[in-house]
Design a protein around this ligand. Structure first.
Ligand code: ADP
Length: 355
């Protein structure tokens, strides 16, 4: 399996055209992580090197995809964050509301695989079950899997008009209006989105979709602190963000970074959801095991003066049903996790609608 050292060594072949120093040494490529089959790096280019960005991104991808076990390369852009911060300080970006949408809730996580999409999908289903008009925008460009979780991966949304007048009709399932990057990307195809391209697609998903009147639009963001979060935060007024994490205290670093980014971007935080808190065996529903340790969610919440909104257990039907396009909130509403999702949705309703 490719190690961080091997990835770092290979990446050290990439040079700055000006100084001819390698980018690892310059600190322009950092935080190299290899959660196989993915590789994640942070690109921290100084503004004077922005013109080299496309070339560097291409070289990083080429080098990392050369490793036989790396299939997907995720590049987080740190200097964009600095740029975004300075925009916020000097010149507040003009946020543009989406007609007809009352509240926008972003669901985010510091890293992938913590159950962010599962939580976004089940919050959407649970809000819909409360009779609230709900939309789901899957902006997770690295793993747009909400269509398969909702059983609509074969569908493609209708588009009419062209250019700036183009409009997209969301797919509807379980009463939820759904738009996903997954409808546009071929399955299994790794995609690289450069900042401007990503920005424009996110804006299209926000403003060129016939969302109709919605009480809530839930946005499933990609993990980490990249362009998608920044584009979103600088486009629409987000009512609040939910940070999803797992119970391991030792792996909170990514979640902390994600949370700090929302603070820097001026997005209000609703709270933390801890997923995979306990494992409930299907044949012994009265037992539970803390297989991933405990306390991570509470610690992250306490550090940031936020509420711990929910602790969702690991239950097998969450995976098995979801693989068949059935979110647990719909297919097994009496399971522990579905009840937690319903409570979470009620909490969101109380906070934003019943005021
Ligand atoms: P992310 O969006 O953070 O990458 P996903 O929502 O895709 O994560 O979840 C990753 C995997 O973990 C999926 O197979 C999903 O079904 C499973 N999973 C997520 N939450 C739970 C849970 N509470 N219990 C059991 N399986 C879960």
């Amino acid at each position: 399996m490719t190690t961080v050292e091997q990835a770092n060594y290979a990446l050290s072949k990439i040079l700055d055209t000006g100084s001819q120093k390698n980018l690892i040494e310059l600190g322009w490529i950092k935080n190299v992580r290899v959660p196989i089959p993915r590789a994640i790096i942070t690109l921290a280019l100084p503004s004077y090197a922005n013109s080299q960005r496309d070339r560097i991104v291409q070289e990083i991808r080429k080098i990392l995809l050369n490793f036989s076990d790396i299939e997907d390369v995720q590049i987080e852009l740190e200097n964009n964050l600095e740029q975004a911060n300075s925009n916020i300080e000097n010149n507040q970006p003009q946020l543009q509301k989406i007609n007809g949408i009352k509240q926008i809730i972003a669901v985010s996580s510091g890293k992938g695989g913590v159950g962010k999409s599962t939580i976004a999908v089940n919050i959407a289903c649970s809000l819909s079950k409360l009779g609230l008009k709900t939309g789901l925008l899957d902006a997770d460009i690295y793993g747009p899997n909400t269509p398969s979780m909702l059983g609509v991966s074969e569908e493609s949304p209708k588009v009419f008009g062209s250019g700036n007048e183009q409009r997209l009709i969301p797919i509807t399932k379980y009463g939820i209006s759904i738009v996903s990057m997954g409808f546009l990307i071929e399955e299994g195809q790794p995609v690289i989105w450069r900042g401007p391209m990503l920005n424009s697609i996110i804006r299209q998903f926000l403003y060129q979709v016939e969302w109709k009147n919605l009480d809530f639009l839930i946005i499933d963001l990609p993990p980490g602190t990249g362009d998608a979060q920044i584009s979103l935060a600088q486009s629409v007024p987000i009512s609040g963000a939910i940070i999803v994490t797992t119970p391991q205290k030792v792996s909170l670093q990514d979640s902390r970074r994600g949370l700090a980014m929302f603070k820097q971007l001026g997005v209000p935080l609703i709270g933390v959801v801890e997923n995979m808190s306990i494992f409930i065996p299907p044949d012994q529903p009265n037992k539970s095991y803390k297989i991933f340790g405990s306390g991570g969610g509470q610690l992250l919440a306490d550090e940031n003066n936020l509420p711990l909104l929910a602790q969702i257990p690991i239950e097998m039907p969450v995976v098995t049903e979801s693989n068949q396009g059935l979110p647990i909130s719909i297919s097994e509403p009496n399971t522990n996790s579905a009840i937690k999702f319903q409570e979470l949705a009620s909490l969101i309703q109380t906070k934003f609608i019943d005021k």
